[in-house]
Design a binder for this molecule. Structure first.
Ligand code: NAP
Length: 229
């Protein structure tokens, strides 16, 4: 049953990748009343502990089984795993892409290593008709957990989003609103997304020192300033 935060008939969120960042988004989604279906690379049996924490709105599945029922699907995996993301069950859906390409961590990946493609463009090319929206990549999972605020709170943060499909952006904006965030539209998936990828001023820094678990709220004005800098 849809909970109080669930908007626009979007009631189920699928997850490809359920680690630090994916698991944090899942916690926020369940708190807002969404049903969540989580997956990882090792199989549903390895997600038992997280399922116990998330409760009856959550179940574990394979990536294809998590993608199929999702009104929205969060892809939160290392960039090298992109070719493994199931294509058909994501066709036409809003896909929330949290991926960063960090060369020192991820090594050389053709297309990404020379900057000719962003990680979001690689995912979009792989997925075809799915509507990829870049989001959450520029905030650490602990700040994402601690900075969620109710709608209308003066200290609500507004992470940037980037994508090419207006309806998908509306759906993602509604989801973020339900889980505790406003948004700033940074533009298209390619050039807009590059404005807050790894290495930019809008990456991580707007939400305060990494050592501060609580983080610093970054509203619309602060995020816009970081995007243009
Ligand atoms: N950590 C952060 O604060 C943060 C913040 C913003 C963005 N990000 C980005 O979000 C992505 C995930 O980061 P993370 O910190 O959550 O990483 P993580 O804790 O290592 O989790 C990665 C998840 O991806 C899954 N995975 C790997 N290969 C897969 C595949 N082929 N199919 C399905 N699932 C697969 C892993 O499953 P197994 O464990 O079973 O292999 C795991 O659940 C990265 O691109 C990262 O740069 C991270």
């Amino acid at each position: 049953m849809a909970g109080p935060g669930v908007t626009g008939g979007m009631t189920t969120v699928g997850f490809i990748g359920s680690g630090n960042l994916g698991g944090t988004v899942a916690r926020l989604a369940v708190a807002a009343g969404y049903e969540v279906v989580l997956s990882n690379s090792r199989g549903p049996q390895t997600l038992k502990e997280l399922m116990g924490e998330l409760g009856p709105l959550a179940r574990a599945a394979t990536p294809a089984e998590a993608a199929a029922p999702g009104d929205l699907v969060v892809v939160s995996i290392p960039p090298r795993a992109c070719p493994a993301v199931p294509v058909q069950p994501l066709a036409g859906k809003p896909v929330l892409d949290t991926i960063n390409y960090i060369p020192q961590r991820d090594g050389r990946i053709p297309g990404l290593d020379d900057g000719s493609l962003s990680s979001s463009e690689v995912l979009q090319r792989h997925l075809g008709t799915a509507h990829v929206v870049k989001v959450f990549n520029n905030i650490t999972f602990w700040h994402l957990a601690s900075l969620a605020r109710p709608a209308g709170a003066a200290d609500r943060s507004a992470p940037p989003i980037a994508g090419d499909d207006p309806a998908a952006k509306v759906a993602v904006t509604g989801f973020l609103d339900a889980i505790g965030y406003d948004t700033v539209d940074a533009g298209t998936l390619g050039s807009g997304g590059r404005r807050f990828q790894f290495g930019t001023r809008a990456f991580v820094a707007p939400y305060g020192a990494l050592s501060d678990q609580r983080g610093t709220p970054a509203g619309v004005a602060a995020v816009r300033a970081a995007l243009v800098a």
